[in-house]
Design a protein around this ligand. Structure first.
Ligand SMILES: Nc1nc2c(ncn2[C@@H]2O[C@H](COP(=O)(O)OP(=O)(O)O)[C@@H](O)[C@H]2O)c(=O)[nH]1
Ligand SMILES: [Mg+2]
Length: 381
């Protein structure tokens, strides 16, 4: 579809003009009232006119514009679906309250060891219904016991079950990263630190990396990242307008992956978010939302909903070292179906990061004393 503007005296006139010029196919996309001088030297005599923006379908086949438009519509429909799912979830979380749930008396169908795992999961913050479903899927019916029991060792069975219900992007990302990766998220969540850690891991897996920051107005924000990437000999650009962003991207031609850092925008600041949207719409990007693992489940959904105006590819959970309820991560990933890219486990760059895996998730929710860092580092080695 292409668009054109026509100026007419009334809506009726617009309809007639459209029919005359374009037949039945053209549609009115928008209209606005404009004033136009009636006589050249008498500015106070004006005509009130209508400026109509008309959409005219292409005659042969689908144009690029049309395809792009339809792609965008699909993404927005998907976002709407996600929003309504989240609204329901938020409602149900509110209704049930966020208090600790117990399973006593409801788990008789499980073997003792399955019950213990289930209880631990709930203790770690996995919601009862989700924990039960995960354990059920990890179990089969044991005729001797007359109960549901793990198909293999508990840890392996839980990994298999999680593989069917929680999406992971994890180490696949390091092997074949998307070209343009953007980190979004609220202020102070750990975007810049995480980006530096990802740079290191990508470089270590043999990728050529570039970094662009759109965070140009926070004092120190640029220097901090610049210092780090210069040590790693990674090209670095600051872009403060959409044009400069596109230009910086062009200068990164030939790089396997470009990581884009954004300014910390509060999820409540619609204006700033819209401004950021302008930047990101100028290029094809893979956007990951960074969420602090120490938030309540409800607030996590709130963050996802506010940033839901962007086509999110996945989630990064930061500050895992600051939560005693990692189960929230499972709840959110389970319900939103958004893949998890990685976790960060402390302030140290570049060590404190773990690429997501089902193995690591299982350890987080069922192991009695889980070492946050060592487990992750060994899985990355
Ligand atoms: N405890 C902990 N602190 C972190 C983690 N990641 C980042 N931080 C700290 O959080 C603060 C904000 O980080 P920064 O990357 O500047 O956040 P940004 O505003 O989202 O870019 C800094 O003090 C970081 O050191 C983490 O995984 N755990
Ligand atoms: Mg930052």
């Amino acid at each position: 579809m292409r668009t054109e503007k026509i100026v007419v005296g009334s809506l009726q006139e617009a309809v007639e003009e459209l029919k005359r010029s374009y037949g039945d196919n053209a549609i009115v996309l928008s209209s606005r009232v404009i004033k136009r001088k009636k006589y050249r030297f008498f500015p106070f005599f004006t005509d009130t006119l209508l400026e109509i923006t008309v959409g005219i379908p292409e005659k042969e086949g689908e144009s690029e514009f049309q395809k792009e438009f339809e792609e965008k519509i699909k993404v927005y429909e998907e976002l709407e679906r996600l929003k309504s799912t989240l609204n329901e979830v938020v409602k149900s979380v509110r209704e049930k309250g966020e208090t600790e749930e117990t399973v006593a008396g409801e788990t008789q169908q499980f073997s003792m060891r399955a019950q213990r795992v289930l209880e631990r999961m709930i203790y770690r913050g996995v919601r009862k219904d989700i924990a039960k479903k995960i354990v059920e899927d990890a179990c089969g019916y044991d005729i001797e016991l007359g109960k549901l029991d793990f198909k293999e060792e508990p840890h392996d069975s839980i990994i298999e079950s999680l593989s069917g219900s929680v999406s992971i992007e994890g180490s696949n990302f390091l092997e074949s990263p998307p070209r343009n990766v953007v980190l979004l998220g609220p202020t102070g969540v750990g975007k810049t630190t995480t980006l530096a850690k990802l740079c290191y891991l990508l470089k270590r897996s043999g990728k050529s990396v570039g970094v662009i920051t759109l965070d140009s107005f926070r004092v120190g924000a640029v220097e901090q990242l610049k210092a780090f990437v210069s040590v790693m000999e990674i090209p670095f650009r600051v872009a403060d307008t959409p044009d400069r962003f596109v230009k910086s991207m062009r200068e990164m031609d030939g790089r396997d992956v470009v990581l884009v850092d954004t300014a910390g925008r509060s999820q409540h600041d619609r204006l700033r978010l819209n401004e950021l949207k302008l930047f990101l719409e100028s290029l094809e990007t893979h956007i990951y939302l960074t969420i602090s693992a120490n938030l309540s489940e409800l607030v996590m959904y709130e963050v996802i909903m506010q940033f839901g105006m962007f086509p999110l590819r996945g989630l990064i959970f930061s500050k895992l070292d600051e939560t005693s309820h990692p189960g929230n991560i499972i709840n959110v990933a389970y319900r939103t179906k958004l893949p998890i890219l990685c976790f960060t486990t402390g302030q140290t760059v570049p060590d404190d990061i773990v690429m997501a895996s089902h193995d690591y998730l299982a350890k987080l929710i069922i192991e009695e004393r889980h070492e946050l860092k060592s487990a992750g580092n060994s899985s990355q080695a």
